[in-house]
Design a protein around this ligand. Structure first.
Ligand SMILES: Nc1ncnc2c1ncn2[C@@H]1O[C@H](COP(=O)(O)OP(=O)(O)OP(=O)(O)O)[C@@H](O)[C@H]1O
Ligand SMILES: Nc1ncnc2c1ncn2[C@@H]1O[C@H](COP(=O)(O)OP(=O)(O)OP(=O)(O)O)[C@@H](O)[C@H]1O
Ligand SMILES: [Mg+2]
Ligand SMILES: [Mg+2]
Lengths: 264, 264
């Protein structure tokens, strides 16, 4: 099982859109996928159109009451399940403060699922708090969605430092798989500049850095209004607009990521 | 002096772009404007190309050491000054925890400037923490930048509730001036739908709601790559691309907001 965290503390850069549609693309290609919504905003849960009854168990219960992931997970499409978020997650970081081993709650609950899923894709909140630390100790790989804009580029250094900090603190083999350009507008010089900047930065990594070997994915997710419309219908791009740039790009990304897997 | 907070806890929706270019547009029209960067990311400070010497005083010093705004403010263009942010602001919320009257630090320091400036425009961080509460007790008016997308619409209710909470808790006359559509793509049905949704929501307000009388501004800020390029040159849209949709739209917004001022 590959556990991949989709992470960038800068808001609105395409994390949820990438987590949901990458999970759906992998499932279309025959992989068994669990999408884990770790953002109190619950946008991945909304994106797939999941309406939860009041007493439904969510990721909040996993963190605060020790519920098993299986008790929260619901099938969304063939081979794709979601463990939904709930706004109460906002309080989980405070409630976890006194728990033993609070950084590894998620890692411990994912353990038993290694046989059931080929992929776990974790949609993270736009912050570097305890929930995100849990994602980084549970996942072995990180994908960084990046909007190819100057302001969005500024926080990348801090994000990479945080992953290095988690790797050192917990002696894990966490590694950055790559950066995926989202909302890409071909033909703008800003887009090309940002790609070159990031490629240069990644190429200069030391063997000890978690981003050693990380790449800017070949696949660029083009700006495409259908990707922004799909969540309002509670659908992935494959159910909403299967013949669109958005569907093409996320299918290509899934294949690029699946080909990049380290042989088990 | 009008003090206006530019606020939306959803990330990446156009807060900084609006705060900087609205401030610049008001200054072009002859107003004396202070731009206050209250976001630890310091994007407004970056956007105007301000490079601070190591020992420079910033908004952090205003919060944690009682420095006066005047000691931090630097002129950016004619009639426009900025009080810059610093990454240390990340820690200010914790450091303020034990201070008396910690929600009013900003309001107290702005008091003496009522004669010096016609406008104070506050760029807020994408969160609803203590720094943002300080913005809401210092400002009398709020502008909400909104990306006309389904996911961006979800948090609007919570944002409005937070302003109502601040108004009740501190018995202030804080009011929501309006919602400005950012990154607007004319001709998409999603854009039109979001405008209608928000207009309907605002029209249904009670007299006691802080958003009573709030509107969706006529001026829509169109998506325009020049607005995303300008910060990489450390310039406002007026210095970078004075003949562009971005410059046109922010000038129109400034005039709409200035016309909406309550007679002193
Ligand atoms: N390639 C794209 N083309 C057009 N719109 C997009 C694209 N990717 C994402 N969007 C839209 O842009 C907005 C931001 O994307 P998204 O919500 O996925 O970002 P995020 O990083 O998850 O945000 P947050 O930080 O709030 O969690 C959403 O409204 C989404 O529908
Ligand atoms: N009208 C527009 N057209 C094109 N790009 C835009 C527009 N407005 C903002 N942008 C770009 O979109 C990105 C997000 O905008 P901005 O940084 O102003 O949002 P924000 O709400 O301040 O983000 P944060 O929540 O991180 O503070 C930036 O890269 C900015 O340059
Ligand atoms: Mg998201
Ligand atoms: Mg900003």
């Amino acid at each position: 099982m590959r556990a991949i965290a989709v992470l960038n503390q800068k808001g609105g850069v395409g994390k949820t859109t990438t987590a949901v549609n990458l999970a759906a693309a992998l499932a279309r290609d025959g992989q068994r996928v669990l999408l884990l919504d770790l953002d109190p905003q619950g946008h991945a849960t909304l994106h797939v159109g999941l309406e939860l009854p009041e007493d439904a168990l969510t990721v909040y219960d996993v963190f605060v009451r020790g519920a098993a992931i299986a008790e929260t997970a619901r099938m969304v499409t063939d081979r794709m399940a979601i463990a939904p978020a709930h706004i109460d997650l906002v309080g989980a970081e405070v409630e976890l403060c006194d728990q033993e081993n609070r950084e590894h709650v998620l890692a411990r609950t994912l353990g038993p699922y290694a046989e059931h899923f080929d992929y776990v894709i974790i949609d993270c909140a736009p912050s570097l708090g305890l929930l995100t630390i849990n994602a980084l100790t549970a996942a072995r790989e990180v994908i960084i969605p990046l909007q190819p804009h100057f302001l969005a580029l500024q926080g990348l250094g801090r994000l990479l430092q945080t992953t290095a900090g988690v790797r050192a603190a917990f002696a894990s083999d966490l590694r950055i798989l790559g950066v995926v350009m989202c909302m890409f507008e071909r033909g703008t010089k800003l887009g090309q500049e940002v790609v070159r900047d990031v490629q240069g930065f990644l190429a200069a990594a030391d063997a000890a850095d978690p981003w050693y070997g990380a790449v800017v994915f070949e696949t660029q997710i083009r700006r495409n209004i259908k990707l922004a419309e799909a969540p309002s219908f509670g659908k992935t791009i494959f159910d909403y607009a299967p013949v669109s740039h958005g569907a093409e790009d996320y299918l290509a990304l899934a294949r690029e990521i699946h080909a990049a897997r380290v042989p088990a």
